[in-house]
Write a protein that binds this ligand. Structure first.
Ligand code: AMP
Ligand code: MG
Length: 521
């Protein structure tokens, strides 16, 4: 296995001089060197050939001992020096102080085809930032990260990728529901890949300590290596950086809302400065369309990170990043202007995205009303988001509302809910929709083709991930493989996989792991 190694981050930024692996506050440093813990019996469960190939690795490399050893943390790859980063963050709206890579260890940067990637193990043991926790990860959460990161990529949502999923061979103690019932689970390690793993929280840490020197070093480094298009100097450079992060964050959220993804823990330490989805914890997928839904049991009371609140939270998090960058800018006005533009920009992009979901190719001013009434209608009775939008593409010009309703009827969870009032609401909306698509010059087939490019047929429904976890726990990885392959082509019909184009089964409605997830992972 031959990786083209690069170590810009550690070469150019200040290191923690202390190399002992003991939890502590680390000052004026962007990283601490740390060696992954040797797993007792590592084994590969699954690897992404596409990610491997983007790093210059072949199919042969994937099955090599080198691959197993490097990406399980068993051995350190030649000429690399792994490290963990300190960062801070606002968790559930509250300042949490120093956090950091508590169970993530950056192995190295790799360059291939003129692109640079950082490789990071998750679950490879404690670091100086582990606080009171163990630095490990369990199989269930690692499967969820590996499958979902890759599924998001193929859905066209920017995200960290996942190179590999391995068992460590060690046991990890977890209290899944935090109710005093700890049990041993299989330990696992994922190797994540991204341009970098720098988060909003990395900047917040130095700003909170008034360490403006390290803040500037990190910001300059980030811009130089990851935002090469920024040519401005001085204050303008930092503003352009903040503007760029705001824009990619906005686009990421629009895509989350498009596919029905709920992150679950949008703390500022879980926000990437690349605007990529990061840290797959208690995330979930909307099944019935409910903007108030969050999968995270830790957040059931306030539902801060519910589906419908994600744009607001992204903006709140951007405010925290603006505060962190303020010492480099010393002028609130231009930062506020960028933040104000977020809401306007989001509304515009969201509308455009929803018009595309509805197949409205020539945009009209009235579309916002049609979309707003639809989002209300989708909440009247339990209605499956993915099935509804996918089937809507089968509605044809000239269909009566009754025929159109039949076309989307598979999306309703319970036919008994469809009383006269509900039906009349649907008929009225479908009538408006029918009138609206009649105005389009495009054919039904053209509209369907466009809609099926933005409305996935297959997403990683919460129960699907859980089924693959239950089987994997017994040593059967066939479902992990099957779902991985399925989710590589989420917009394709895949006639052999119809069983995954179905509503959440009733047994999964209130099951732990399916509709309820804790941060314990
Ligand atoms: P999260 O809620 O997963 O985003 O994690 C919040 C913070 O807790 C981060 O600093 C993580 O690195 C840290 N953390 C989470 N789980 C563990 C663990 N098992 N061991 C060490 N640190 C952890
Ligand atoms: Mg995190």
């Amino acid at each position: 296995m031959n990786l083209h190694i690069q170590n810009n981050f550690t070469a150019e930024l200040p290191a923690d001089p202390n190399e002992t692996n003991i939890p502590r506050q680390v000052q004026q440093a962007c990283f601490s060197y740390v060696i992954p813990k040797k797993p007792s019996n590592p084994s590969l469960i699954h690897a992404s050939e596409e990610v491997a190939s983007s790093l210059g690795l072949s199919q042969e490399d994937i099955v090599s001992d080198d691959f197993l050893n490097t990406f399980s943390g068993n051995t350190v790859y030649p000429d690399t020096k792994p490290y963990a980063m300190p960062y801070a963050g606002h968790q559930f709206g509250n300042w949490a102080g120093q956090l950091g890579d508590g169970r993530a260890i950056n192995l190295t940067e790799v360059v291939h085809d003129d692109k640079s990637y950082t490789l990071q193990l998750k679950g490879a043991g404690p670091t100086p930032y582990s606080r009171t926790a163990d630095g490990f990860a369990v199989l269930r959460s690692s499967i969820r990260e590996h499958l979902c990161a890759e599924a998001m990529h193929y859905l066209g949502v920017s995200t960290t990728r996942s190179l590999s999923l391995m068992l460590s061979g060690d046991q990890v103690l977890r209290d899944v529901l935090y109710n005093g019932n700890p049990a041993y689970e299989k330990g696992a390690i994922v190797c994540r890949v991204a341009p970098s793993f720098i988060r909003f929280g990395n900047f917040e840490l130095f700003a909170s300590r008034k360490d403006h020197v390290t803040l500037q070093l990190l910001t300059d480094y980030t811009i130089k290596h990851h935002f090469p298009d920024i040519k401005e100097e001085g204050v303008e450079k930092y503003l352009a950086f903040f503007q760029a992060v705001t824009q990619t964050t906005l686009e990421m959220i629009v895509n989350w809302q498009r596919v029905g993804f709920v992150h679950g823990v949008m703390n500022t330490d879980n926000m990437s400065i690349h605007g990529i989805t990061i840290d797959y914890g208690p995330y979930g997928w909307l099944e019935d369309y409910n903007p108030n839904w969050t999968p995270n049991t830790t957040d059931v009371q306030h539902k801060r990170y519910r589906f419908g609140n994600q744009p607001e939270i992204a903006l709140w998090n951007l405010y925290q990043l603006a505060n962190a960058l303020y010492p480099l800018i010393n002028d609130a006005k231009p930062l506020e202007a960028i933040l104000d533009a977020f809401s306007v920009g989001y509304e515009k992009e969201y509308l455009n995205m929803m018009q595309n979901k509805l197949g409205l190719m020539t945009k009209t001013a009235d579309d916002a009303v049609l979309i707003e009434s639809l989002t209300e209608l989708l909440q009247l009775v339990e209605t499956d988001m993915t099935i509804f939008f996918r089937n809507l593409s089968n509605v044809q010009k000239g269909d009566t509302p009754e025929v159109a309703l039949n076309t989307i009827a598979a999306a309703f969870y319970n036919e008994k809910d469809l009383n006269e009032a509900v039906l009349n609401n649907w008929y009225a909306w479908l009538e408006s929709y029918g009138n609206r698509i009649n105005q389009e010059s495009f054919s039904d087939a053209e509209r369907k083709e466009q809609m099926n490019k933005v409305n996935p047929k297959y997403v990683l429904r919460n129960y699907m991930a859980q089924l693959s976890i239950d089987a994997a726990d017994k040593g059967d990885y066939s479902l992990v493989n099957e779902l991985y392959e399925l989710l590589k082509k989420p917009y394709d019909e895949q006639a052999d996989s119809q069983k995954w184009f179905a509503k959440r089964p009733d047994w999964a409605r209130d099951k732990v792991g399916c509709s309820m997830l804790s941060c314990s992972s």
